[in-house]
Design a protein around this ligand. Structure first.
Ligand SMILES: NC(=O)c1ccc[n+]([C@@H]2O[C@H](COP(=O)([O-])OP(=O)(O)OC[C@H]3O[C@@H](n4cnc5c(N)ncnc54)[C@H](OP(=O)(O)O)[C@@H]3O)[C@@H](O)[C@H]2O)c1
Length: 427
């Protein structure tokens, strides 16, 4: 029986679940892959930390980098996290020393994936990162294998469970952003510092990886990113009244031979598939030829879902086929030009909190017409007591640069009581 010696580096949330899973499922994994997975070594930052794991003394590495040098290690599983520091050092050294690598680290792959895949290819070892995007949703393997026949024109969806939980709870539980965020932390759905989830950076890293796989291109940093921090309960209620839901979506799309990458809150029709994805779930939709549209959804994070993705990567290595990390050779991956979204057309939702006095409405509509944007719907909700009015405008399609100019110009008006809001609409 062939065997594969494994070192797990990082025994936190994910590493400890994986360690136990491999122990409990060794037999079935061996039978399915015709190769025995042996967890030969482990490493963590603090060796004397109390862990609910049964680790033999001789399994502990003296130093995490030792894994990259030992002859009896074939595969290193990096579960430390972070684009820099020990995770980066470990993965670069492992590949240089001809060890296979499996990682769940989206930040590392989004930043150094191109360099790392070149080393893996040169040294004929695998670099697998299924768990780095959408946890248990096997979108990377789907793109690399199941959908290999297809020319992808668009990939989009909900790639961050924390922000989806916050938006759907604000909608269902009639609670503010801060109340829901507090609950999300209590339930373990948000980290104590959830800024990467809330400012769109987490989705941005995942989208970069997916987009590169879809368009056979090198990783590209040109990406519009906006998170959910400025979404208020009022916007969610307004969206509902207008027949929409608000979701944080990531998109990579090819339109008229131009590629756009964008992450932003989006108003989507209430009866659409994506509008129905609530809580911590992730969903990915792929448009390709000849298949048409394919959809996959599931748990986007957590030790169980992430271990499912890691085992899929480990199994691929156990079966013994060396593959290009980004589906095709680094030599063949293209340096495509990605566009910024200024020239792309969107319809949009605007909300202005303004003084309720004559002339304000005509001033607002003038700014719209000056910026080549026609209004589809205008709703005014006056609050007589406070002498203010909420003006909600839905536009027809207009270039993004004009939508932003409108926002900027109206921001300067002295009748404006609060920072205005712009949310793009996806029809
Ligand atoms: N959590 C999720 O739901 C999820 C989902 C998908 C992907 N991921 C990714 O999975 C990776 C791990 O996440 P996690 O949630 O398991 O993180 P975590 O709980 O913070 O665990 C990190 C582990 O790395 C160890 N470590 C830190 N510095 C080290 C060093 N210099 N040498 C050796 N070990 C070191 C820590 O050791 P100590 O135990 O001694 O502190 C700890 O065991 C990250 O890349 C993350 O983005 C996580």
């Amino acid at each position: 029986m062939r065997k594969l010696n494994i070192a797990i580096v990082g025994l936190g949330n994910i590493g400890s679940y994986l360690f136990n899973y491999l122990k409990e499922n060794k037999k079935i994994l061996t039978e399915k892959n015709n190769c025995l997975p042996v967890v030969k070594y482990v490493s963590a930052k603090n060796k004397s930390k109390k862990r609910s794991l049964r680790i033999n003394k001789n399994q502990w590495l003296k130093n995490y980098l030792e894994a990259t040098k030992l002859n009896d290690v074939d595969l290193i599983i990096e579960l430390i996290g972070g684009a820099e520091g020990p995770a980066k050092k470990l993965v670069f050294n492992a590949l240089r020393n001809k060890k296979h690598v499996v990682t769940a680290n989206k930040a590392l792959i989004a930043r150094y994936g191109d360099e790392l895949s070149k080393i893996a290819e040169k040294n004929k070892v695998n670099l697998e990162f299924e768990a780095s995007v959408c946890g248990g949703v096997p979108i990377i393997r789907l793109l690399k294998e199941g959908l290999i026949a297809n020319k992808i024109s668009k990939i989009y969806g909900i790639f961050n469970g924390t922000s989806n939980y916050i938006l759907s709870s604000m909608d269902k539980e009639n609670k503010s952003f801060n109340e829901v965020l507090f609950n999300a932390k209590k339930l373990g759905y948000a980290e104590s510092n959830p800024s990467a989830d809330l400012n769109g950076d987490d989705v941005s890293s995942k989208l970069k990886i997916l987009s590169s796989l879809c368009f056979n291109s090198l990783l590209n940093d040109k990406i519009y990113v906006e998170g959910i921090k400025r979404i208020e309960k009022t916007d969610i209620d307004n969206a509902n009244k207008l027949g929409f839901k608000i979701k944080l979506l990531g998109y990579a799309e090819k339109l008229n031979n131009k590629i756009y990458q964008r992450v932003h809150p989006t108003l989507i029709k209430k009866d659409s598939y994506v509008a129905g994805i609530d809580g911590v779930l992730n969903a990915v939709i792929v448009d390709g030829k000849p298949i048409g549209q394919s959809t996959i959804q599931g748990e986007g994070a957590g030790p169980a879902a992430t271990t499912s993705a890691l085992i899929s990567d480990i199994s691929s290595i156990l079966r013994g086929n060396i593959k290009f990390p980004f589906s095709l050779s680094s030599m063949k991956r293209k340096k495509l030009k990605f566009e910024n979204i200024n020239e792309r057309f969107f319809s949009a939702y605007f909300r202005f909190e303004v003084l309720d006095k004559p002339g304000v409405l005509s001033s607002i509509t003038n700014v719209f017409s000056k910026n080549k944007t026609s209004i589809k719907r205008l709703i005014q909700n006056p609050n007589k007591n406070k002498k203010i009015s909420s003006v909600i405008i839905i536009t027809h399609d207009s270039k993004d640069k004009y939508l932003n100019k409108i926002l900027k110009e109206i921001s300067k008006k002295n009748y404006l009581k609060r920072k205005p809001k712009l949310i793009r609409i996806d029809d």
